[in-house]
Design a protein around this ligand. Structure first.
Ligand code: NAD
Length: 318
């Protein structure tokens, strides 16, 4: 079997092995593939593996040898799954691999906002402490999280992992989910309505998927309902936030700070209003990317292809 990976670089920039795939057939991996090269690179391969390179109906029509599509991610919107199903091509994704990594990133953003570790270290390294008249100083407000309320919108795998970490910091958790599981409630964790989460939270962390119903869930109107000085963390999907509205709320201080791992268009556009907004911290969509999580993702992707080859297909989405 010929196996082609169209865009393997972000999963494996060199610190993992493609050996699992190599053992299954004639294997070719491209780091990235531009639109005009997709068809020629697939050629007569039977298994196509993609992360973000689109596989459209036209591409599948032009590549009749394709029998299997593996997606190196949870989201599979880059593949025309209906066109694939019509051609009896299974599409398999990786439903979960980095829950703890993403929750940890929420904490990284939150603790950065509360302590500005890097900023203070930079300040010390450039000599500010040596010049200081006192034994200590700080350049930004320092915030203790214990007893504060962490509002979590979307209480699935990552939301719940985030809640466990927040409770470890002594926070109370107020969760909103379309399908609440009341068994999860406890002394420091309860469900509320979206209105309650907006009104009562000191920190709001977004963990719902991007659906038409959740797009722009953080906007001028919902921000107005939040506490003054709220902190917003988004590691889910950029379009959950109306970025212009958040940028304005950061400027006025209504929102004290934001920690974002995702933005509306990625890579971020130079004119994104959040670039340069006050107290806005942005990382380049890396919550999923600790080596441990990528390694897990790689193993599941290999197992998916093995499952297809042995007739026991798993994680099929179409
Ligand atoms: P999940 O499916 O386990 O949980 C999502 C939860 O959101 C579910 O409980 C669901 O009931 C709830 N939900 C759905 N619609 C809702 C709505 N309208 N309002 C409130 N809640 C709603 O998913 P997960 O594994 O926890 O992942 C959550 C999101 O994290 C993913 O959709 C993805 O966008 C994002 N993610 C980001 C990264 C990253 O690197 N930054 C990595 C992985 C996942």
């Amino acid at each position: 079997m010929k196996i082609v990976v169209l865009d393997g670089y972000t999963l494996n920039p060199g610190d993992l092995s493609w050996g699992g795939f190599e053992a299954l057939g004639e294997f070719t991996c491209y780091e990235r593939t531009e639109a005009q090269d997709i068809v020629s690179r697939i050629g007569d391969a039977q298994a196509v593996i993609t992360n973000k390179t689109p596989l459209s109906r036209e591409t599948l029509e032009a590549c009749p040898s394709v029998q299997y599509i593996g997606v190196l991610a949870t989201g599979y919107n880059v593949v025309d799954t209906i066109a694939a199903a019509e051609r009896k091509i299974p599409v398999c994704n990786i439903p979960t691999y980095g829950t703890n990594s993403v929750a940890q990133m929420v904490c990284a953003h939150l603790l950065n906002i509360c302590h500005r570790v890097q900023d203070h270290s930079n300040s010390v390294l450039k000599g500010d402490w040596s010049e200081c008249a006192d034994f200590c100083y700080w350049n930004s407000p320092l915030i203790e999280l214990a007893e504060k309320t962490m509002g979590i919108i979307g209480f699935g795998r990552i939301g719940q992992a985030t809640a466990r970490m927040a409770q470890g910091l002594g926070m109370k958790v107020l969760a909103f989910d379309e399908y609440p599981n009341k068994d999860l409630e406890g002394e420091h964790l309860r469900y509320g309505t979206l209105e309650e989460v907006l009104a009562e939270s000191d920190v709001i962390s977004l963990h719902c998927p991007l659906f038409p119903s959740t797009e722009g869930i953080i906007n001028k109107d919902s921000i107005t309902k939040m506490k003054d000085g709220v902190i917003i963390i988004n590691t889910s999907r950029g379009p959950l936030i109306v970025e212009q509205d958040l940028a304005e709320a950061l400027e006025t201080g209504k929102v004290y700070a934001a920690g974002l791992d995702v933005v509306s268009t990625e890579p971020i556009q130079k004119d994104n209003p959040l670039l340069g907004a006050k107290n806005c911290f942005i990382t380049p969509h890396i919550a999923w990317a600790p080596r441990e999580a990528r390694s897990r993702l790689m193993n599941i992707a290999v197992e998916n292809l093995k499952g297809f080859l042995s007739g026991n297909i798993e994680n099929r989405v179409n």
